[in-house]
Design a protein around this ligand. Structure first.
Ligand code: UDP
Length: 239
């Protein structure tokens, strides 16, 4: 089941049912796309029709972050957020248990190296068959390297909307797999960016911690949220 927010469908799933759906998509004979949507992505989609189309064609759109959860609540839907980084991490653990081959693309060279090193240590049996940093010009080359390794789960950390475009364009090129855009996930797993303390995570104000500790994000993210909530409310009222 899904609900609509600002013209886009969002899956109405709990964390566990989202993982179950992802497991099914991993075994589906096509390239599937999961989008972990946040307020900034709605804002981008408003100006970028191609990005809007990609969201509309995704196999799964999950509400990443308290902003989307709050907008859904204001428009009458009670859906709990699924932090993209937790969702991807759980899928890595599931993949390790079932020996599903994994690929990781994104972030700076030292960041992806450290993230892969940490993940292998922390998740026994994790089978990472391919990884590459996120600073490349020739997408075709990366697609063919991925294709040669046939991973079934591919995490892409290039930031939005670049990662969603990269995943969408992979669809007719690489072998069947589930692909997820994970934004700054590798920065977190590498340890280069600290996640907010648990209490911030529980209260859903991880963004507040991040904007305080990374002031450059503040200017970008802070004005987005109130505007996003107002738009969500007025959009609903128009119907
Ligand atoms: N990134 C990348 N290639 C690029 C731009 C960004 O690999 O051309 C990586 C960046 O190193 C970071 C991740 O994408 O690990 C997320 O970037 P950003 O913080 O800009 O995006 P957000 O987390 O806000 O989606």
């Amino acid at each position: 089941m899904s609900v609509e927010l600002l013209g886009f469908n969002i899956d109405d799933l709990t964390f566990e049912s989202a993982i179950k759906k992802a497991r099914i998509l991993i075994d589906t004979p096509q390239v599937s796309q999961v989008i972990t949507i946040n307020p900034e992505m709605f804002q981008t989609a408003e100006k970028n029709q191609n990005f809007a189309n990609i969201i509309n064609n995704a196999d799964m759109v999950i509400a990443d972050g308290v902003g989307v959860e709050l907008a859904l609540k204001l428009t009458g839907y009670k859906i709990k957020r699924i932090p993209g980084v937790d969702f991807a991490r759980k899928l890595l653990e599931e993949s390790a248990k079932s020996n599903i081959p994994v690929a990781i693309v994104g972030a700076k060279e030292e960041v992806v190296n450290k993230a892969v090193f940490n993940l292998k240590q922390e998740i026994p049996g994790l089978n990472i068959v391919y990884f590459h940093n996120g600073y490349f010009d020739n997408d075709e080359e990366i697609y063919s390297q991925i294709k040669a390794k046939s991973p079934k789960l591919i995490l892409v950390a290039l930031g939005a909307p670049r990662q969603e475009e990269f995943i969408y364009n992979a669809k007719n090129i690489i072998n069947p797999a589930l692909m997820i855009g994970i934004g700054g996930g590798l920065d977190v797993w590498s340890g280069y960016v600290k996640r907010a303390p648990k209490i911030f995570q529980k209260l859903g104000i991880e963004w507040l911690y991040r904007t305080i500790t990374q002031p450059s994000r503040f200017k970008r993210i802070f004005p987005t949220l109130p505007m996003f909530l107002i738009k969500a409310l007025t959009y609903k009222n128009k119907i």
